[in-house]
Design a protein. Structure first.
Length: 338
């Protein structure tokens, strides 16, 4: 792979600086070069440096077949639309459709992109491409195994409803399932919705009217990385089933995915995120005269910690900020990855 020549940047000095930073990161992590370059495309797009984004898309497509190329092709289509080059965007879209592997990898993202571009019919065609295997008459659509696939299946069902289509077998299968429940057997309660939120560490999903007037934040909490196994053993992470050893990476990734799901389906847009250690939870339980901490105690401990004040970070953080899971990586490199 040839080095990217940032001196040819058609954007601002900031664009050239971003490309130089990318070169440095690629040199340090050559095994992740394609991924780093795709992330840089995204940053170039967000800053309006579209010609630079297009050039970098071309390099990724040429040098990194597979997932990175699929995402770069999707970004190229989006960038061409932003530049008003609709004809070129249509050619790029048709070209991607003909590439079996990359079309399948990018299908869900392209579907959502087309819908945002005001083309729900083709969005549905691409969504169906993503689920080609589950739409065959000899396949049971209940076999959706991946949480991300389930989330997109529910997005597809909503799109079909909006277009006036009757539910098909995949729609019905997706609508019968709750992504929060897919993480494990949550304890049954009178309000399964609140139980699902509790498993995500949502302290107050229905803040007071006065609170809403000031902010659209929701108070969130999470168990600190070092205490994930202890919290799971204590029964405070019931959304993760009976797994004997829950790793911090699995815990944080699943909480991230479910927060994204909640963000798509509710008015929640951001939240003040309270880190909790098991020592803090047990100390709060002792203050309340509770011998065995529960999820309710955990939530109350987070609310009490928040009320005492502190510089608690927001979820989701900005892409280049430290990840909320305390992995010492940037959010975009950690839980913020697609």
């Amino acid at each position: 792979m040839d080095a990217f020549d940032s001196s040819k940047s058609t954007g601002t000095d900031q664009a050239a600086a971003l490309l130089r930073a990318m070169e440095h990161e690629v040199a340090r992590y050559p095994e992740s070069a394609g991924e780093i370059m795709v992330e840089t495309v995204d940053e170039l797009q967000r800053n309006g440096w579209f010609e630079d984004a297009l050039e970098l898309c071309g390099r990724v497509i040429a040098d990194f077949p597979g997932m990175d190329s699929a995402f770069a092709r999707m970004h190229r289509i989006e960038t061409l639309w932003k530049l008003g080059r609709d004809g070129d965007a249509e050619e790029a879209l048709a070209e991607l459709w003909e590439l079996d592997e990359e079309a399948l990898l990018a299908a869900e993202l392209v579907a959502e992109l087309l819908d945002s571009h005001g083309d729900p019919l083709r969005a549905l065609q691409w969504s169906d491409r993503a689920f080609a295997g589950l739409l065959r008459p000899d396949v049971d659509p209940e076999e959706i195994e991946n949480l991300g696939d389930l989330v997109h299946a529910q997005w597809r069902a909503a799109l079909r409803r909006r277009m006036g289509f009757a539910p098909d077998a995949l729609d019905r299968a997706a609508q019968r399932r709750d992504p929060a429940m897919e993480l494990g057997a949550l304890r049954p309660t009178e309000d399964p919705g609140r139980q699902g939120l509790a498993a995500l560490g949502v302290v107050d999903s229905a803040p007071s009217a006065a609170y809403r007037e000031e902010t659209d934040e929701v108070l969130l909490s999470h168990i600190v990385r070092a205490d994930v196994a202890d919290a799971h053993a204590a029964g405070l992470l019931t959304g993760f089933g009976d797994t004997e050893a829950l790793t911090p990476d699995t815990y944080f990734r699943e909480v991230e995915l479910n927060r994204r799901q909640m963000r798509r389906e509710t008015e929640f847009s951001r939240g003040r995120d309270i880190p909790l250690s098991m020592a803090e939870i047990r100390a709060f339980a002792d203050e309340q005269g509770v011998t065995t901490p529960t999820e309710n105690i955990r939530s109350a401990a987070a609310a009490a910690k928040h009320s005492r004040g502190g510089d608690f970070p927001m979820w989701p953080p900005e892409r280049n900020q430290p990840c909320w899971c305390a992995s010492d990586r940037k959010y975009k490199k950690c839980c913020g990855r697609p």
